[in-house]
Design a protein around this ligand. Sequence first.
Ligand code: ADP
Ligand code: ZN
Length: 759
Amino acid sequence: MTAEEPEAPKLGRASSPKSKPPPPAGPARRVAVALPLPFPEPFDYRVPDGLDLAPGDYVEVPLGPRRVFGVVWGAPAQPAEPAENAVPDAKLKPVARRFDLPPMPEASRRFIEWVAGYTMSQLGNVLRMAVSVSAALEEPRAMTGYCRADADLPDGFKLTAARKAVLALMADGPPRTAADIANEAGCSPAVVRAMADAGVLLPVPIRPLGRFQAPDGTLAGPTLSDFQREAADHLAARVTEGGYSCTLLDGVTGSGKTEVYFEAVAAALRAGKQALVLLPEIALSAQWLDRFQARFGARPAEWHSDLTGMIRRTTWRAIASGEARVVVGARSALFLPYPDLGLIVVDEEHEPAFKQEDGVIYHARDMAVARAHLGKIPTVLVSATPALETLVNAEVGRYTRMDLPGRHGGATMPDVTLIDLRKPDAAPPRHQWLSPILRKAMTETLEAGEQGMLFLNRRGYAPLTLCRACGHRLQCPNCTAWLVEHRLTKRLQCHHCGFTAKTPESCENCGAEESFVACGPGVERVAEEAAMLWPEARVAMMTSDTLLGPRAIQDVIDKVKAQEIDLLIGTQVMAKGHHFPMLTLVGVVDADLGLSGGDLRASERTFQLLHQVAGRAGRESRPGRVYLQTHMPEHPVMQALASHDREAFLDHEKQSRLETGMPPFGRLAALIVSGEDDRLVDQVALRLGRTAPRDRQELLVLGPAPAPLSILRGRHRRRLLIQGPKGLALQPIVAEWLDKVEIPPQVRVQVDIDPYSFM
Ligand code: ADP
Ligand code: ZN
């Protein structure tokens, strides 16, 4: 921020930046404009003669020396008497222009306000999530695209691998921009330009709009089972009658939940409404997109962080104009300005990926319900392992619950066996990780021509590397975390900040050469063991390191389906809803892994993840087998998985949360104090500790304490936690608390309402 820019105001509405516009004749028409910048409230601007503005209009306004865009926030401009602390007319700066776009709907604006209030964020920071591509506000210019020239390749034109990829891509399909070609073909834009220069690609003007075909809500879906029909009819009725509702669609993986909520999407389309489907990891959902296209005859609009600039712009405009009828997206899609949203589906609603942990900290599932409330529309939460929060909301009748029992087509649930690693005959050989029991089962599976999967939710080769000579451990220079060895890339990586370095040849502490030993397994190490045990097997790795982008993922999936792969080894990217008919054995290398962190939801998450992984086995006529390697077979999570007794686990989990007043039976907010100077950070944390509202009996304040990740990206971190009863809103209490403590600019205090991470 420059000095000329206004300070974030504490009270009332702030002035627009100082300047001397010609004094208008009568009282100025003023308008409140929210800016996508870290300000808590809109600013007043003058509406110049000849400009008519309505709430929701996108406008350009001056801010200090800059011009920025904003959204007309308040009521229509009125010459009403300004509030006491408002800027005098003469000091108001005029709105520069209005963008030619449909206004941001009322429901979107109220939602942005609501989220800002709930998450204790600045209004402008939430607004920025709704208008994350400012370039989208401009009418798209015609752009240059390229298509394949008809002529033969010119003499001397060298066919490199990259050029071949471009030619293959351009063999059919529409003309695309150089950036899009480069992106899709996996080459650099320079390759495309060189091919254009050589006359192999021809420039053609393209208009970026018009790429969104309307999915057809009148096409027939599959014949539904009675249970599916009942749930689908319920959802379709909610969509047709409109108004807020929230339905939990609960059923094991493969029970046909997707087909059911597709019926709700169809109903929304028939009613002329837009529908939004939130998926936890949209980049991994190629199969979902194919299914959608098969069902509705057109692809939905996608919204996630991997979109290229031009597609982002086009998509935003198509959504804002209502051209895009169905949007499938990651959590940020919730904030887009849908003009006629008629349905929100949150698939895999229990997924931790719905929680955004930086910037505006929010949980997309909870915000989806709030958005549905404000927009008076139905919402559907879908899961095989709903979050405890959601289940309790269903129990108390706040949500309607629809259950889909069993798997579609009567496929049976896999047999789950616990391997007790403490038993000598079950323990793997030294420095190996697969139990003889699991090895035997895998050998049988592979010999029968079926497929197997080994799951370990840990990337890299080993979680810790130490020097055999002196015991020195390789640690991240920026974080309180070990560096993880990745042998495939021959590098060390910090999984918290992304720091990477070459694996050193000698110990930086004692100078010993080739003295490093790997401790514990990561997926790469499991793959090494598998290669030794089953040298004939064709193995594929599925981790976020090995699969870069949806194409690579789809490629592996296709190979598995075509049975060109015998054994899959991977992390949780593999747990997602891919459907492999010949996959009959799943081995979980370390079922206890998620329990070690010990946070509030460790058991719940472990259950959800392992249930999902187990669900990969035996989805069709072939029965599946699942082996869980564990050191605590008596743990309620392991027992529940082995006996398919979800209710027993949930009862146990509910009871322990109830006894401790933890969510969903109590409320939490975390304060994370961070900064580069640990003394300053400690000072602020201690002051927050001293001024904490400890006198109120219904509140419990814990901390300050060093965060488990006490240094992250070079910043020292302290945490405080406040716990209150269910009915009490913690936001005003936290706001009052923060007001009492002066926070120097070098220190940051983040508020995390309903925290999911305690690191
Ligand atoms: P879930 O979303 O609960 O995991 P899906 O909707 O993906 O379940 O269904 C599992 C499989 O069964 C999919 O291949 C799906 O196409 C198929 N399926 C589900 N319901 C039906 C139906 N009524 N008729 C035919 N196939 C169905
Ligand atoms: Zn780090």
